[in-house]
Design a binder for this molecule. Structure first.
Ligand code: ADP
Length: 445
């Protein structure tokens, strides 16, 4: 396998200078998705392509053979169980592997094959006979860099001449040394120091520069500036590649500063709808009554697997305790858990080891557990100002067309305020949420 050169990689201090919670949340979310994802997100949406030169032909491949990869790499790709390129890879790969190299900005949701695509591009472009860095890849955090490193290791399994090194805080090198590894992956600050201050890397010899998770990256000013400073040291003909899961204005502005004359690929998210969901609400007076209503529902209908959302950690913890006292196998997902612990909980739930997952609103954002047929909002989703969080509501209970299975959503209402939130959600989606009488549950099935 690719020999990984991990010199003294201590986990960097987490309480860094300008880390904001929001940024940490984004990075953690992204890592969580990587840890629990074991296959591609399918999509029926078409990719949108904007070519730098609209007159040049647009190539798209349906197989990995068409790419004329080095046999060692093709073996690596098949070894990972990939049969054919993913939707985004169909167009991104020929663009990235073209001669002369083309720059690319690509956006698609997590799990659609971006990492595998740029890893393949990096491995294809290195010359293993040259013992100096030729590909640089920057990621927002140490942990995310390690995840990408693992993919390089897997895909390059049959290409042991290519070596990899991590440019991350804590990885201290001797002054004056020159790196021999062809691929360097790391965080922007250390990468910048290694190119500039310490000169471990000669940036003028770099052929490919990858900026991953641009949306997470720009959430700190520091990372954005450092990335731009690295980019400026690179030769003009260096291939620049930038990837992002989302594309707000700010990400787009940053992308254009990093990647000159880009081709652009965008893959829309599959739309979620409430059409195949039966939505109900239950009227209660307090959380104990909500719990009682929940028990009644469990007594009346067969629920294979349910996710229950609470507003606070305290409520989630309390509810999980009450439910397990009732004999349910409960998993609890909570904000104070390490990302790896959270991933383990979600995996167990996905494997059906637990039937109920109780979680806080923040914790489960962006996590897809497709087989769940019942979603219970023990507390309704609200934003920090107490307004209905329609987007979260939709993402939580909505289904994409592909998983057109019928679902059931039950909302617990316990005050005038929450009734008002419910009404506003109902108006927003223009979909009736029916009242459910938990003492008489015949209508529900
Ligand atoms: P992203 O970077 O967009 O989040 P990844 O490259 O990490 O997506 O891919 C998501 C998952 O799909 C990973 O488990 C990866 O191994 C797998 N995968 C990627 N490309 C393919 C492919 N062409 N065929 C099958 N699985 C793939």
């Amino acid at each position: 396998s690719v020999s990984i050169n991990l010199r003294n990689t201590k986990k960097p201090e987490e309480n860094g200078e300008c880390m904001q919670l929001k940024w940490e949340d984004k990075a953690a979310q992204s890592l969580l998705n990587k840890l629990i994802r074991n296959n591609l997100v399918n999509t029926t949406n078409q990719v949108e392509v904007l070519q730098k030169d609209p007159n040049s032909p647009l190539y798209s491949v349906k197989s990995f053979e068409e790419l004329r990869l080095k046999p060692q790499l093709l073996q690596g790709v098949y070894g990972m169980g990939f049969n054919r390129p993913s939707k985004i890879q169909e167009t991104a790969l020929p663009m990235m592997l073209a001669e002369p190299p083309q720059n690319l900005i690509a956006q698609s949701q997590s799990g659609t094959g971006k990492t595998a695509a740029f890893v393949l591009a990096m491995l294809s472009h290195v010359d293993p006979n040259n013992k100096y860095p030729q590909c640089l890849c920057v990621s927002p955090t140490y942990e995310l860099a390690l995840q990408t490193g693992k993919v390089i290791e897997q895909m390059g399994k049959h290409y042991p001449e290519v070596q990899l090194v991590y440019a991350i805080r804590g990885n201290k090198l001797q002054r004056g040394m020159k790196l021999q590894e062809q691929i360097v992956i790391g965080t922007p600050g250390t990468m910048l120091d290694w190119c500039g201050k310490f000169k471990f890397i000669d940036p003028k010899k770099v052929k490919v520069f990858v900026l991953d998770e641009a949306d997470v990256m720009i959430a700190t000013q520091g990372h954005q500036d450092q990335s731009i400073r690295i980019q400026r040291m690179l030769p003009k003909n260096c291939q620049m590649l930038l990837f992002s899961a989302t594309f707000e204005e700010s990400v787009w502005n940053f992308a254009q500063r990093i990647v000159p004359d880009p081709n652009i690929i965008k893959l829309k998210r599959e739309e979620e709808t409430l059409d195949t969901i039966k939505q109900y609400y239950v009227l209660c007076n307090c959380k104990e009554e909500k719990f009682q209503a929940l028990c009644n529902i469990y007594g009346a209908i067969t629920i294979a697997q349910a996710m229950i959302f609470c507003h606070t950690r305290k409520t989630a913890g309390w509810l999980a305790g009450e439910l397990s006292r009732e004999g349910h196998q409960v998993a609890l997902l909570s904000g104070e858990m390490q990302v790896e612990q959270r991933a383990a909980v979600i995996e167990r739930f996905r494997d059906g080891k637990e039937k109920v997952l109780v979680t806080t609103n923040v914790c489960a954002r962006g996590i897809d557990v497709e087989q769940v047929s019942v979603v219970i909002n023990f507390d309704l989703p609200v934003d920090k100002d107490g307004n209905p969080d329609n987007e979260t509501y939709l993402h939580r209970i909505g289904r994409t067309g592909r998983f057109g299975k019928r679902g059931l959503a039950i909302n617990m209402v316990d005050s005038k305020m929450s009734m008002n939130i419910l009404n506003r959600i109902q108006e927003h989606f223009n979909k009736k949420i029916e009242k459910l009488d938990t003492d008489d549950l015949d209508e529900i099935e």
